[in-house]
Write a protein that binds this ligand. Structure first.
Ligand code: ADP
Ligand code: F6P
Length: 472
């Protein structure tokens, strides 16, 4: 980690719950920095490397104020959180209330007034930190559901700023959103932005509809007029990845070699299935492994010829739903492997850990079928990473119709994760389809991902934000 620096006002500021690096303790109790989990960091890191400026965010430790420091060509501005705030703002309101509510209530959202109070307080702290580092007239880009009040709070502090907001997760239909006791405050918070980006057109429409119905605001297509006369735009900007970066990495000699080793370590199977996720109940990991287990039990998939590699990054481990999910997956994998495995031949190889980007690229390169089955997902970057790594136009992608990415990746083998038989059929088809069919599909998928990469995403959002009429 590079030197600490004095806080220089900058023209471009990203504000996100997490910094791109996370402060952890190693086995000896020493503090070390690790790459933060999740798609937001994967997507925004290359954007910051191009635009420089400052990234304001929490550094992952509790009760530890840190000075700003330089990292990868831009400034990191750590925002401290107390242990109680982590419990109430992050694990509580962000991940116990908003996360399930915004993901089709696949788990039950909990509503607690003290969680909300903490959310307000922490959002105010982030707004103040952003205001302190932004130069006059700067662009500030606020990210994701943890910080939905920041646009309005920031505007109250600094009228000169151009404020964008991007929601990385789905924005729910009005019928679900209106459960939230603090729905009005959230909408007003977001409307502090000049431009609000969503993953899909459906999310943008849900938001515009709720602004019209709840706040009685005038809306016209993507435009919402506020009582002050200012307009805010709500539109879709499907996020993506550094496709070329992934492809280059995957084509490199060490990664190709590592992919061959992986296949060998898995017992040189004819078909490798791959699942890559944060261990989250929205990802449909249980559903997918259960479907695969049934195929093995029925003898449709022969574990002597096929291997399923599932890697899951530990995530939000103190939240009850996540603890339960971990136990359920452990049990399911244990049962399938116990019932159908041979010596050195478990049907499912399951690893509950994070890997460096290089190892991920080797897994994508080795896998014949990538299985992405969320019950609901804002976008899902794993499927795009897999596609980027398939430079021979081979491999097959199974994709849930409930991932935001399904709108763009129409040539995937599309499945409904709630339909176990449909998912099993999808797996069998993806495994047995002709080489020509797979190539045709993969070529189309690659065209989409390479023409809509992370630069296209950031450029189109920032260009539209720059075109918003100035407040001055
Ligand atoms: P989310 O943002 O909900 O976690 P995404 O699919 O959009 O979901 O992004 C997940 C990101 O995390 C991807 O960049 C993927 O490569 C990375 N990732 C997922 N699992 C692992 C793992 N076990 N080790 C390292 N990175 C992982
Ligand atoms: O958008 C997905 C997301 O929730 C990000 O906001 C977040 O940074 C990432 O997944 C990982 O989750 P967490 O920060 O809670 O570990």
């Amino acid at each position: 980690m590079a030197e600490q620096t004095a806080l220089e006002p900058v023209d471009f500021v990203v504000v996100a719950n997490r910094l791109p690096v996370d402060r952890k303790s190693d086995a000896d109790g020493n503090s070390v920095w690790r790459t933060s989990p999740g798609g937001l960091v994967t997507a925004l890191e290359p954007v910051m490397q191009e635009h420089h400026g400052a990234w304001v965010g929490w550094h992952g430790a509790t009760d530890e104020p840190l000075d700003p420091f330089e990292y990868s060509g831009y400034q990191l501005v750590p925002v401290p959180l107390s242990a109680q705030e982590v419990e109430e703002y992050y694990e509580g309101f962000s991940n116990g209330t908003l996360w399930p509510l915004y993901h089709d209530v696949v788990a039950k959202p909990e509503y607690h007034r003290e969680w909300w109070d903490s959310y307000v307080e922490v959002n105010q702290r982030f707004a103040e930190a952003a205001a302190a580092v932004a130069a006059h007239g700067a662009t500030v880009w606020v990210q994701d559901y943890q910080l939905q009040l920041v646009p309005q709070m920031l505007r109250a502090l600094r009228e000169d700023l151009r404020i964008g907001f991007f929601l990385h997760i789905p924005f729910p239909p009005v019928e679900l959103f209106q459960q939230l006791p603090w729905r009005r405050q959230i909408i007003e918070g977001l409307l502090g932005a000049d431009l609000i980006g969503f993953q899909t057109a459906g999310g943008a429409q849900n938001f515009t509809r709720i602004a019209r119905q709840r706040l009685r605001l005038d809306t016209h297509r993507e435009s919402i007029t506020l009582p002050s006369g200012r307009t805010c735009r709500a539109a879709a900007y499907p996020i993506s990845i550094d496709a070329r970066g992934f492809e280059t990495l995957a084509q490199s000699q060490p990664i190709q070699q590592r992919a061959r080793e992986l296949r060998h370590e898995l017992g040189d199977p004819e078909v490798i299935f791959l699942g890559v996720d944060r261990l989250d109940y929205t990802k449909g990991i249980y559903h997918r492994l259960r479907a695969y287990g049934e195929l093995v039990a029925e003898g449709v998939v022969d574990p002597a010829k096929c291997a399923f590699l599932q890697v899951a990054t530990p995530s939000r481990e103190r939240v009850d739903e996540y603890k339960r999910l971990r136990d359920e997956i452990d049990m399911l994998v244990g049962r399938i492997n116990g019932d159908f495995g041979g010596i050195g031949r478990p049907p499912i190889t399951y690893m509950h850990m994070s890997f460096p980007r290089e190892e991920m690229a080797a897994m994508y390169t080795a896998a014949d079928v990538c299985v992405v089955t969320p019950l609901r997902d804002g976008m899902n970057l794993v499927c795009k990473e897999y596609i980027a790594c398939r430079s021979n136009n081979d491999g097959a992608l199974i994709l849930s119709e409930f991932a935001g990415a399904a709108g763009e990746l129409r040539q995937a083998y599309m499945i409904n994760p709630y339909d176990v038989n449909g998912m099993k059929q999808g797996m069998v088809l993806a495994m047995n389809d002709t080489v020509q069919n797979k190539r045709r599909r993969m070529r189309a998928l690659r065209r989409q991902v390479f023409t809509h990469d992370i630069d296209t995403w950031a450029d189109s959002f920032l260009k539209d934000l720059a075109n918003v009429p100035s407040n001055e």
